[in-house]
Design a protein around this ligand. Structure first.
Ligand SMILES: [Zn+2]
Length: 420
């Protein structure tokens, strides 16, 4: 078998395409394969799929292909252009790799597979391409994925803010809570940012939204109420965000009590911060005794802790009216605790209670998107390569968007022999 025939078989090249020449450069460890086509062909117009006469050739394209053994492999081709009476002079559907990609479909898919597992730097090293080339493959993958993604609003969504890098910059993330994927990434965490997401959909489409998990954050509430019909019954304040208000209050009580005790010369509360913040069942065995003796001391922090532990029960209640009744009793207790931070947190919860108890019906939290958080932390750790916010956003869509990322050649042939 000669080398041209071998490569024709390996690369599945079919007539009217054929391999004209193969150059093997042992010194450079590189193989160049030149593909041409037979004369007397007709060319398919990519718009109407009819075959017409060839117009001319586009300039030569060079595609990087998967390495053959240890050698880098390149495919050279001059794609013919078609002269369609309806659509004019057109480039053909890409046969070897996408237009503007400089990679064959197979090589580009390989870069994407590696990038899904590694940082950009590692991808570039492993694929033996530049950072810019591997980033280009990732960007094209996201563009492709977003284009292929069906236009549909998820029925259960989560809205979350994520801080990026330093400098208190935020992004608004919208999750699809069914698939656990990121549906949208928007700049900053203002009302407009979330409105841009909703504006992609009509009111009829947004009517299908059943529930929205979010923080008690006014801009998100306002945006959702402005766009989602019946939002009042659909917004569910994220239980972990609600708990955070109470946890912060417990921490404030501890801090001020610790300060006072220290002034009096006792360091009872030193090193106890997490004992009060952990849920009771999560206190490690080796600290249980210490914690019990602290609780016996009748501290203000101990009272704040009891109030915090009690509100956790709220989310185990099945019926909305029972949740309301439970909250009412808890609220009375909290607001009579003479612990200012606790009173303040109780008032915050009360102001938002209508959309805390919607949990009874929808039972959603943004923790359903927990896998996403892990991935985003990973993206942030690898973020040294991300030169700006747009890059960070692209990386989130790439890793968390659940998109169909891979390039595919057209199912129809681009060339046909002229029939006589
Ligand atoms: Zn046409």
């Amino acid at each position: 078998m000669d080398d041209k025939l071998l490569f024709t078989k390996i690369l599945s090249i079919t007539l009217p395409w054929f391999i004209k020449k193969v150059l093997v450069d042992e010194k450079e460890q590189r193989i160049d394969i030149f593909v041409d086509h037979e004369p007397g062909i007709r060319v398919r117009c990519p718009t109407c799929n009819q075959f017409y006469g060839m117009y001319d050739h586009a300039p030569e394209r060079v595609y990087r292909h998967l390495d053959m053994c240890q050698m880098q492999t390149y495919i050279h081709v001059r794609p013919p252009r078609v002269n369609c009476p309806k659509h004019g002079v057109m480039h053909i559907d890409p046969q070897f790799g996408e237009n503007g990609s400089e990679m064959t479909f197979a090589f580009e898919s390989q870069v994407i597979r590696v990038a899904l597992e590694c940082s950009m730097e590692a991808t570039a090293r492993l694929c033996r391409i530049s950072w810019d080339r591997s980033w280009g493959a990732l960007t094209r993958a996201v563009d492709r994925g977003l284009k292929r993604k069906p236009h549909q609003v998820p029925t259960r969504i989560g809205v979350d803010e994520k801080s990026i890098a330093r400098g208190h910059k935020y992004e608004t993330l919208v999750y699809n809570l069914h698939t656990g994927t990121v549906d949208y990434v928007g700049d900053d965490r203002g009302r407009e940012s979330l409105e841009r997401y909703y504006r992609q959909f009509t009111r009829d489409e947004l009517e299908k939204v059943e529930a929205v998990a979010m923080d008690m954050w006014d801009p998100y509430i306002a945006a959702t109420k402005a766009h989602v019909p019946d939002a009042g019954k659909k917004i569910v304040f994220d239980r972990f965000h609600v708990m955070k208000q109470v946890l912060d209050a417990v921490d404030k009580v501890r801090k001020s009590e610790h300060r006072q005790l220290t002034e009096l010369g006792t360091e009872t509360l030193k090193g106890t911060r997490y004992l009060w913040l952990w849920s009771q069942e999560n206190i490690p065995d080796w600290r249980k005794e210490e914690f019990e003796s602290l609780r016996a001391k009748n501290l203000r922090t101990g009272r704040a802790w009891s109030i915090k532990e009690n509100i956790r029960h709220l989310w185990t209640i099945v019926k909305e009216e029972d949740m309301r009744a439970y909250f009412k009793r808890w609220y009375f207790w909290a607001t009579h605790s003479r612990l200012e931070p606790i009173k303040k947190s109780a008032r915050t919860l009360k102001a938002h209670i209508d959309n805390i108890v919607t949990y009874a019906q929808h039972r959603i939290t943004n923790a359903l998107a927990e896998g996403i958080n892990t991935k985003i932390e990973k993206i942030k750790r690898m973020a040294c390569g991300f030169r700006n916010r747009a890059h960070y956003r692209t990386a989130i869509y790439f890793h968390c968007g659940g998109l169909d990322l891979f390039p595919k050649p057209s199912a129809l042939p681009a060339l046909a022999f002229k029939t006589r």
